[in-house]
Design a protein around this ligand. Structure first.
Ligand SMILES: Cc1cc2nc3c(=O)[nH]c(=O)nc-3n(C[C@H](O)[C@H](O)[C@H](O)COP(=O)(O)OP(=O)(O)OC[C@H]3O[C@@H](n4cnc5c(N)ncnc54)[C@H](O)[C@@H]3O)c2cc1C
Length: 492
């Protein structure tokens, strides 16, 4: 294959790895430098005492994006994935019922017989609007590069004007138009939390996510754990001759006019290439490394960031037959909680949380008779809660609540216990104030209003990942890799 330019990638998160694979398969010479000792970034893995834990992502949507990626690279997808059914379960405090979130709308709706009359019909109406939003925006807005804000606004003007009123509503307001009961409203609006904010401050455009979960493609789990994605990508990269250097943290740069010559690491070593792609957070890199005025500490703090996550990894020496693979445990004060959780640490006394039992579908991830539990609790990021000295107290209250609700006191069964507060997330992946998903996805921070995937000053510098276009989540990282790859290809 024709020998093209050399590319240096800073960061071996999913965005960096995916772009590396696209590039190396097109004949570019690729090197990756990663500050941590393993690849994957937030999509990482902990192995301890015979237990395996995924550190962050525990499922993905839009599987066809991964398939398209594999086709683009001319490879077989190097991991196996399994559709989740039910997608997840929801438990509401004070209600003994377990709600199963099924793609089969009849099955799903039957569970609401005592709460929401005509649930199936209402769901179909709600999803029909969500589906139209998805069809009219995803290809046009999410899967496109925008060179200028005007170019972006002109593209938006091509979106069907029937959706304009939706722009003015929150996710919660949109859901309230279709459903009356608190049970239906809470369960349908939960997906807004997947974007790292709440249904109250997320635009109703994102009700298109209800279409992706219920109708379009659903959710998928990876056989052997989510980290198989990273292992598969790294193995493909090694086969294709790309090099990954671990424990190399970018701390500075050297430029020559409008060209970025090299990135400088913590030892003072210069890493040079024709093209440089940054997979570290696109806003944080402009703040910390490039020291851009527009990304000063003050301006960074004024941007809207996603919430933090308190993640807990527990190995227990007993089975939990009544707990499913993905489970949400809600309290009894959803509206109060959701409107305040981003900012008020006090609410953590009664936390809401998500529990993933990796060993349920992947018995090899825990010793026989044991279970590997991953708990995610949405919490204020470090802007709103800088002190995490009470981390273990909060974790104990979650374990207590969970034990009560599943009817098994797991405390005496814990053999392994680890956790990351937003403080650890901040340093592990260089996330601004420990914000779990990076920049939020409000109207002022998406499309051409998100930090661009090309640099403002250096013509050979590009960005990929959660805080550039199109946004957070594994499928978005795959789309982001395509958009960054297209920019690099244009250079010739
Ligand atoms: C708790 C949690 C749960 C999640 N759950 C899901 C889920 O279920 N499904 C889903 O689709 N998404 C989920 N996400 C979101 C998903 O993990 C991210 O959107 C995605 O992994 C981001 O990938 P990325 O490549 O943009 O960034 P990262 O994964 O952050 O990768 C960036 C890499 O750059 C490295 N780096 C940073 N600074 C430097 C530097 N100066 N020098 C060298 N290297 C550097 C970092 O160490 C890191 O490896 C979750 C995220 C979290 C935190």
């Amino acid at each position: 294959m024709e020998n093209k330019k050399t590319v240096l990638i800073a960061g071996a998160g999913i965005g960096g790895l995916a772009t590396a694979l696209r590039l190396v398969k097109q004949g570019y010479t690729v090197e990756i430098i990663e500050k941590n000792k393993t690849a994957g970034g937030r999509l990482n893995q902990i192995k301890k005492d015979g237990f395996t834990f995924d550190t962050g992502p525990s499922f993905f949507s839009m599987s066809y994006e991964f398939e398209e990626f594999a086709r683009d690279c001319g490879i077989e997808l190097p991991f196996d994935y399994v559709e989740l059914d039910p997608l997840y379960t929801v438990h509401i405090k004070g209600n003994p019922k377990t709600f199963f979130i099924n793609k089969d709308l009849k099955k799903f709706s039957e569970q609401f017989a005592e709460y929401e009359p005509n649930m199936e019909e209402k769901m179909r109406k709600y999803l029909s609007k969500a589906g139209a939003l998805f069809d009219d925006t995803v290809d046009l807005v999410i899967k496109n590069n925008f060179d200028t804000k005007i170019n972006y606004l002109l593209t938006l003007a091509r979106v069907n004007p029937v959706h304009i009123p939706v722009l003015l509503r929150s996710f919660w307001q949109q859901v309230n138009r279709y459903f009356d009961s608190k049970e239906a409203r809470q369960i349908i609006s939960l997906v807004a939390f997947f974007l790292g904010r709440t249904p109250f401050d997320t635009s109703s455009i994102y009700t298109l996510l209800s279409h992706t979960e219920f109708q379009h493609d659903g959710y998928y789990n990876v056989k052997g754990g989510m980290y198989k994605i990273v292992e598969g990508f790294v193995s493909e990269l090694e086969k294709a001759g790309a090099k990954i250097h671990y424990n190399v943290e970018v701390t500075g740069y050297k430029a020559n006019g409008n060209r970025l010559e090299s990135l400088i690491d913590q030892t003072g070593k210069h890493w040079k290439a024709d093209v440089i792609l940054v997979n570290a957070d696109a806003a944080v890199f402009r703040n910390k490394i490039l020291k851009r005025k527009d990304f000063s500490d003050e301006r960074m703090d004024k941007k809207n960031w996603t919430m933090g996550y308190l993640t807990i990894y527990l190995g227990i020496d007993t089975k939990l037959p009544n707990v499913h693979h993905h489970n949400y445990f809600l309290g009894s004060n959803y509206e109060e909680y959701a409107t305040r959780v981003m900012r008020e640490p006090g609410l953590l006394e009664k936390p809401y949380y998500y529990v993933n039992v990796l060993s349920k579908h992947n018995p090899e991830c825990a010793p026989a008779g044991s279970e590997s539990l991953f708990i995610v609790c949405p919490v204020p990021n470090l802007l709103h809660k800088p002190d995490w000295s009470d981390k273990d107290k909060i974790i104990d209250s979650i374990i207590e609540d969970f034990s009560e609700r599943v009817g098994v006191d797991i405390m005496p069964h814990i053999v392994t216990r680890m956790s990351y507060s937003p403080k650890e997330w901040e340093s592990f992946a260089n996330l601004w104030r420990g914000s779990g998903l990076g920049l939020a996805h409000d109207i002022k921070q998406i499309g051409a209003f998100r930090p661009a995937n090309f640099d403002e000053d250096f013509k050979n510098l590009f960005y990929v990942g959660a805080s550039t276009h199109p946004g957070a989540g594994l499928p978005m990282a795959i789309i982001s890799s395509k958009l960054a790859f297209e920019r690099i290809q244009k250079l010739g």
